[in-house]
Design a protein around this ligand. Sequence first.
Ligand code: GLC
Length: 809
Amino acid sequence: MEAGGVARPVLRGWRTTHPAELALDLGGARGALSVGEDGSVRLRAGRGNSLPPLAEQALGRRPPPAVATDLQESSDGIVLTRDGRAGTIRVELRSDPLALRVLTRGKPVASLEGLAFDERGGASVRCHARLGERFFGFGESPGSFDKRGQELRLRNHDLGIPRGAPAYLTVPFCLGFAPRQLPPARGLLLDALGPCRFDLAATHRDEVTLATELDGLDVTVIPGPAPRDVLRRLTARVGRPALPPRWALGHHQSRWSYASEAEVRAVAAEIRRRRIPTDVIHLDIDHMDGFRVFTWHPGRFPDPKGLIADLARQGFRVVAIVDPGVKVDEEWSVYREGRERDVFCRRDDGEAWSLRVWPGEAALPDYNRPEVRRWWGEQHRPLLDAGVAGIWNDMNEPAGWSRDLRIGRWVWPIRDQDLSRVVQSDPIRPERTVEHERVRNIYGQQECRATRDFLEAERPGERAFLLTRAGTAGVQSLAAVWTGDNRSRWEELRASIPILLNLSLSGVAFCGADIGGFAGSCTPELYARWMQLGALYPFARTHSWWLGRRQEPWRFGRDVEQIAREALELRMRLLPYLYGLFHEAAESGAPPWRPLFFEFPEDPESEAVDDQIMLGRDLLVAPVVERGARHRELWLPPGRWMAWHDDAQYVGPRRVRVDAPLDRLPLFLRAGAVLPTQSPVCHVGEAPDEPCVVEVAPGADGSASFVEDDDVSTAHREGRLARTAFRLWDRAGGRLRLEIGRREGELPVPDRALRVAVRGCPPPRRVVLNGQPLREGRGVPGYAVAQGRLDVRLLDNGAGHTLEVEPAP
Ligand code: GLC
């Protein structure tokens, strides 16, 4: 193909336009090459004289700046080098055939070659797939965990149920992991605003192809060496996960729909009466008046403010759904005002355009314009005035169809949406219009941006909570993500693991699947197992549709109710640890949910494990995802492990088979773990009986950090937090020694009781606190031993403590 004479661009010339960017003349095409402060290398290329749009400008991101490099001409091109914090980066650009090679510390990270453009302005480039390399990321993509051998088309879309391809939320990012190569991990970000493709060694065994359908190519090579380094750089570039308010880490209870105030009150009362830990109740579309967003149904929700205030007194927050589709209704002020202000997407001939969604005909706001985002934000005022704590953005791929059939509550889409003639504003130069398809994949994210900007402006200093179904790279800085409409089936419980792991590896730290499954009817056993796993999803929400069985925990009998209660109590127990993981994610991009290889990159067996999770560094979760199973086989990576429920000890690497009766989730502590926990509570506002219980798993040295802040505000960014460092010495001269560091930071913390729980500990000869032997008994400070656990109680005044147990267990 010789379209435009640039089927095979070559490097004709270059010049430094901006001190840190090299403009490339590719003969009929243009390019730009830069090295980021973080050591990432970015190549942009477009046909003719146009470069692809800058995603950071379109989406309001702040990537690390490009930095100056040393440039040298070589016999066949140019070489850029940079010595920086990220080590030595070397970029070799060969002229003909055009090729780009990126090396860090002398080792090749990626080679891009075969740049080509097509008729419509789409472009592609090839990258060598390394031996044994696996590919992860891509956002919300069902199917196998490792995508090697597959071709993925990333286009945000509501495919309905079931879906076998990437759908609602796609992230054009690929984490390559090849443990026997140096460096083992690398990332490729294809920053496209519209649909794009990744051919992951599907067509050619040793080649990855990255392709866009429109608007040239913008590829960033993100060096490792470890997966966590890639995630750190990716999230610095596209956006770090926002730190959620602590309540958002509690359990969320939802249903399509809790359709009246009376129903919501009844559910809330029952949750508290039965002591099922829950923090949030979601209101789905039936809270609205005729599915008009931002309204309340006057008959069924006559006093939202009163309702939400009453719920708040019981420790609940309310999240309300907001879909982008605005009902076409001249009688309704939101639509009328929107039309008068010209906020909606139009047809290419300038005519008004609408599609079918829940309210019937609906117009879609064009969030690419800042004034439309502001207008949209403003519309949330009635929800905020009523006291709504967070917003749930659904249907924002955008979803909808062009024809449907309606009988009562049933809506059958009968013709898919036709967006071929829909235009939106150019997100960078909003005075121009572009086809919707060009900017399709950012639609949902721009909506989230509008919502978050408004929430932050209206409630300054408060952390916002937003949940979204659609998004693209960087969505984690705006919203939590759930995986849309799954079904109450065992295979979908199982599938939620690789889906959420790939989302996590795409930078999306705060993610979850609907617990119990959305469509279909859940069985008691499936519900029990789903709750055990779901209680440890980063985002834990139970949700179901109106047609199926209700999914509040007490709908499945007493035994299952108890299992659900215990699962959620475990979440609340682990909350201090989990909260620390979210701080870690916000600081470094490391997600709370990690595949085994993230923590054990050198263990070959860990690479392929797709049904176990590392929850942070120290907890290994091996959920039961098979009907009828009362055992679980699992892989324990190298090191010592301790079963959570009975402290049984194992030495990895090895495969083990453990008992898993219906009321047990196989969960393991890594030796050396020092886990901040608390006694369970019904919601985050309830004071735990024991606010600080430090669980210690001996068997290895370890370290941990315990982070506290005020749980809701953004003051942590200005240093208003408290940090306590723990060091564990497993065998310090025959003793186990735990050092609890002096509390650092500006958050005042009152003196409080602290318990250190050492697991797997026979009665010791001596327990010494700060050099003083402790007495056995209930006193404080003091210690007690029961059932192989040593409990040391002390008063924590933040000054730091050293605890020694003799002999070491
Ligand atoms: C979509 C959402 C689902 C929601 C329903 C009604 O199907 O994915 O969660 O309950 O719409 O709003």
